[in-house]
Design a protein around this ligand. Structure first.
Ligand SMILES: NC(=O)C1=CN([C@@H]2O[C@H](COP(=O)(O)OP(=O)(O)OC[C@H]3O[C@@H](n4cnc5c(N)ncnc54)[C@H](OP(=O)(O)O)[C@@H]3O)[C@@H](O)[C@H]2O)C=CC1
Ligand SMILES: O=C(O)C1=NCCCC1
Length: 337
């Protein structure tokens, strides 16, 4: 028998999450930003960063580790450069505060960089880039997280799960979007597997003795993750540390200490977003060229584009409501008080 589920209109889920954030100490603006982000992940079936994350958001806010009322400070640094100090708050409101300036710089200079530091990112990364592609721009973002990944050839964890997200317009189609951790598996998916009592495929992580394991609980109890693709994923993860932390002024994944804040779960790091206006080099042809690439990939047998599963889930959610399991629903009700 399948588990009972609720199907909610997106707006209702968003309002409920907003209430939870505000109840646990965020400003109304921050609550709106995080609720939209988290509800969008749930809507798109991005479960490792949907409502599953709400208890950890709440425990983090209650621990005093993050400032839920922070007012990001935007600095107009140069013709193609914006810097934001998130003031110890969440990264999404920091991006929102700088977004208009970033887009106007990308449109006038052809390329613009947004460097966010002193920020907490606890979400999927695609929501940060996809909207740029919907406006005809190309966007790339990286964010570093917390030490849990052993660099290829090393013995101890150092890197975070450090995702990379990319979005580009595609004529007559949903934008092309990919968003992937540079670890073999996202930390969120390890937690979900541990909760469900499932084993992981081989090659995802090691136990506390550094021995390969498929047991997610062993990875969470003093073990660690591996980068995807050996030395190649490891190099990308290193690049993310450099771009998201060293370049922005944020912490490396190993540089913050949350031990004095029991319940804290959000990495206090940095994030970089690069936005490019393709009109500057190829006029209005970029989106057509994207479409051509997709056509050719399909012609050689491609069945699934990255991002496609999410867009399908989004359509399904629009028709049937956003799916929340009975257990998740009960948890949300408890958090909402
Ligand atoms: N904030 C943070 O610090 C961190 C956040 N995360 C987030 O965790 C989430 C999950 O990451 P991860 O587990 O690496 O993601 P996945 O491995 O599930 O997916 C990575 C990308 O590959 C696509 N994809 C997956 N399977 C296929 C396939 N068979 N064919 C074609 N494309 C495919 C996905 O598209 P689709 O979405 O359509 O399935 C997605 O764009 C991400 O949103 C990431 O941002 C991860 C680490 C840290
Ligand atoms: O799933 C992950 O990996 C992470 N997600 C949110 C931030 C911490 C790492």
């Amino acid at each position: 028998m399948s588990a009972p589920v609720h199907h909610l209109p997106f707006a209702d889920l968003e309002v409920l999450l907003q209430q939870i954030f505000e109840r646990h100490g965020t400003s109304a603006e921050v609550a709106r930003s995080l609720a939209y982000n988290c509800a969008s992940a749930q809507r798109d079936g991005a479960h490792s960063h949907g409502v599953f994350r709400m208890p950890a958001y709440v425990s983090t806010l209650n621990s005093g580790w993050v400032d839920g009322k922070a007012q990001p400070q935007v600095e107009d640094v140069a013709s193609g450069y914006v810097r934001v100090d998130a003031q110890g708050g969440f990264a999404q409101p920091a991006l929102a505060a700088a977004r208009e300036l970033l887009v106007s710089k990308a449109r006038s200079a052809g390329i613009a960089v947004l460097a966010i530091h002193n920020s907490h990112h606890f979400a999927a990364l695609w929501p940060d880039v996809e909207p740029f592609a919907e406006e005809g721009l190309v966007a790339l973002s990286v964010v570093n997280s917390m030490t849990c990944v052993v660099p290829h050839g090393a013995q101890q964890p150092l890197f975070g799960t450090n995702p990379i997200a990319f979005a580009a317009p595609c004529a007559g189609n949903d934008p092309i979007v990919f968003d992937m951790a540079t670890s073999a598996i996202a930390h969120g998916d390890v937690q979900i597997a541990a909760r469900k009592g499932e084993l992981l495929p081989e090659g995802m992580g090691v136990d506390s003795a550094g021995e390969p394991t498929c047991d997610p609980k062993a990875i969470l109890a003093g073990g660690a993750l591996l980068p995807f693709g050996g030395h190649k994923g490891s190099a990308l993860s290193m690049m993310v540390e450099l771009l998201a932390a060293a370049l922005t002024g944020g912490n490396f994944s190993f540089e913050f200490d949350w031990s004095q804040h029991p319940g804290a779960k959000t990495p206090w790091t940095g994030q970089l977003i690069i936005v490019i206006d393709p009109a500057k080099s190829v006029g209005n042809r970029f989106a057509e060229r994207s479409r051509e690439l997709v056509r050719q990939m399909q012609a050689v047998g491609l069945q699934r584009m990255p991002g496609e599963r999410r867009f399908r889930e989004r359509e399904l959610s629009a028709r049937e409501g956003v799916m929340v399991t009975a257990e998740e629903w009960a948890g949300l009700q408890a958090l909402a008080g």
